[in-house]
Design a protein around this ligand. Sequence first.
Ligand SMILES: NC(=O)C1=CN([C@@H]2O[C@H](COP(=O)(O)OP(=O)(O)OC[C@H]3O[C@@H](n4cnc5c(N)ncnc54)[C@H](OP(=O)(O)O)[C@@H]3O)[C@@H](O)[C@H]2O)C=CC1
Ligand SMILES: CC(=O)N[C@@H](CCC(=O)OP(=O)(O)O)C(=O)O
Length: 353
Amino acid sequence: MSGALGKKIKVGIVGGTGYTGVELLRLLSQHPNVELTAITSRKEDGMPVAQMYPNLRGHVDLCFATPENAALDQCDVVFFATPHGVAMSQAQALLDKGVRIIDLAADFRLQDTAVFEQWYKMPHACPDILADSVYGLVELNRLKISGASVVGNPGCYPTTVILGLLPLLEGGKALVDTQHIIADCKSGVSGAGRKAEVATLFSEASDSFKAYGVAGHRHHPEIAEQLSAIAGQPVGLTFVPHLVPMIRGMFSTLYLRILPEALDTDFQALFETRYVNEAFIDVMPPGSLPETRSVRASNQLRIAVHRPSPGQLVVLVIQDNLVKGASGQAVQNMNLMFGLPETTGLEHVAVLP
Ligand SMILES: NC(=O)C1=CN([C@@H]2O[C@H](COP(=O)(O)OP(=O)(O)OC[C@H]3O[C@@H](n4cnc5c(N)ncnc54)[C@H](OP(=O)(O)O)[C@@H]3O)[C@@H](O)[C@H]2O)C=CC1
Ligand SMILES: CC(=O)N[C@@H](CCC(=O)OP(=O)(O)O)C(=O)O
């Protein structure tokens, strides 16, 4: 393995100018086992990365190149921080050169191509590669990820919802009503990416708070597919995303009914036991009220378990959508794929205030 032997991992990023791309650059430029080798942008071809992103001055001396001219095929791994549909169109050519792939978009998340095509409105370009790919939620698929050539990095909302429910559903447990799960989720505006859109203008998104995607959001099938596989039966899920006037951060509140036969369960202990060895999951003490700023710019996901009445469970989950919800989780996947300690380059403490 490149990492384990001390040889640096050559890394390429397709889509280096977007929010997840620049977050990858921030994390990878400080990663001790990584050599940043190729960074693409079609619009900023030739521009020094550090000119566009001054926070990277002195840390990244590469220039953006078009995907055609970038040395992607000389990399050990390429991250796609691009819109849906880009990675799947380039995956075969890179795999043929022995390059491994981590896609931050949805091309390798949904195993059912019919569901992918329904929600993403495009045919899947490589169902055979999809079949061999791994859903990159480390806390669920650690072993498979370590041997994968192609990893589909989870969506940001799905990361919080799945990790907030995993201890309750896995192993065929009968603890909560799996037909009436409610996920009430909020994201900062950076979740919509850097591209110009009216909905993310300052005067539209600030000093306001709104739900969206109530009639259907593409993360619903992703969450449902994973939860159903974990529970061993189809789950019933109401998922409502909201846009909150902050830049980074995600807060998911999960509402559950406890089954009569599970009323004696110690849910706090259940979560603590499940995640005791997970470096990036913090099960907070009973009664905790997590705040998104406590994870800002870190790969930490924090969970607080509440039981407002004997039959009700409320699970609060927070993460930074750009780190554990995207680029940090992608680096965590890379570490596993290259035999490195999972936490390498990811041990930043959150920024307060
Ligand atoms: N923002 C977030 O919190 C999260 C985002 N994601 C996913 O990660 C991916 C990237 O998101 P984000 O960084 O926010 O997006 P942005 O819109 O901020 O950036 C997109 C990047 O992709 C490049 N790009 C666009 N089209 C193409 C193309 N056809 N071929 C090659 N490069 C292209 C753009 O550069 P240029 O046009 O110059 O080539 C740009 O660098 C998306 O799929 C998103 O859904 C996942 C989880 C969370
Ligand atoms: C606030 C906001 O707009 N969030 C995005 C989701 C974040 C994301 O990028 O998810 P994907 O990788 O699945 O596209 C949205 O709801 O479309």
